[in-house]
Design a protein around this ligand. Structure first.
Ligand code: HEC
Length: 103
């Protein structure tokens, strides 16, 4: 969580904001975001490769672009664990870099 928090501040906060609330219409929220909670594989994919194209988060459509943050697999695992357990989000299942699902 501590490592993830630092990575979040360095690489994510400018768009997804201090409480994961995002910016309506431009940057989707991470706090209580159905996309992140229901489709963790897709969320992890977005953090590994960036994301481009139409997505719906909490009923709001976004069709913008998230650049590839350029993180290592360890950093991705740390930041995913952080965002999945902050701002009211909670996921008991820890994400590791080797969960063998080809992210
Ligand atoms: C330059 C702005 C920017 C930065 C920096 C950024 N994102 Fe994003 N992020 C976006 C945008 C824009 C989308 C939606 C893209 C689309 O519409 O296809 C998105 C989508 C997402 C999603 C999937 C949608 C959701 O709300 O659950 C996740 C998860 C996510 N970002 C996590 C992160 C994490 C973690 C970081 C830091 C490592 C990060 N982002 C850095 C702009 C950014």
């Amino acid at each position: 969580m501590d490592r993830g928090k630092i990575i979040y501040k360095e690489s994510c906060i400018t768009c997804h904001m201090g409480k994961g609330e995002g910016v309506p219409g431009a940057f989707p929220p991470l706090a209580k975001a159905d996309y992140l909670i229901k489709m963790p594989e897709k969320a992890i994919h977005a953090v590994k490769y960036g994301l481009n194209g139409k997505i719906t988060v909490n009923g709001v459509e976004y069709n913008t672009m998230m650049p590839n943050p350029g993180l290592s697999n360890d950093e991705i695992a740390d930041v995913i664990n952080y965002i999945q357990n902050s701002w009211g989000n909670s996921n008991k299942k820890i994400v590791t870099r080797k969960n063998g699902r080809g992210y």
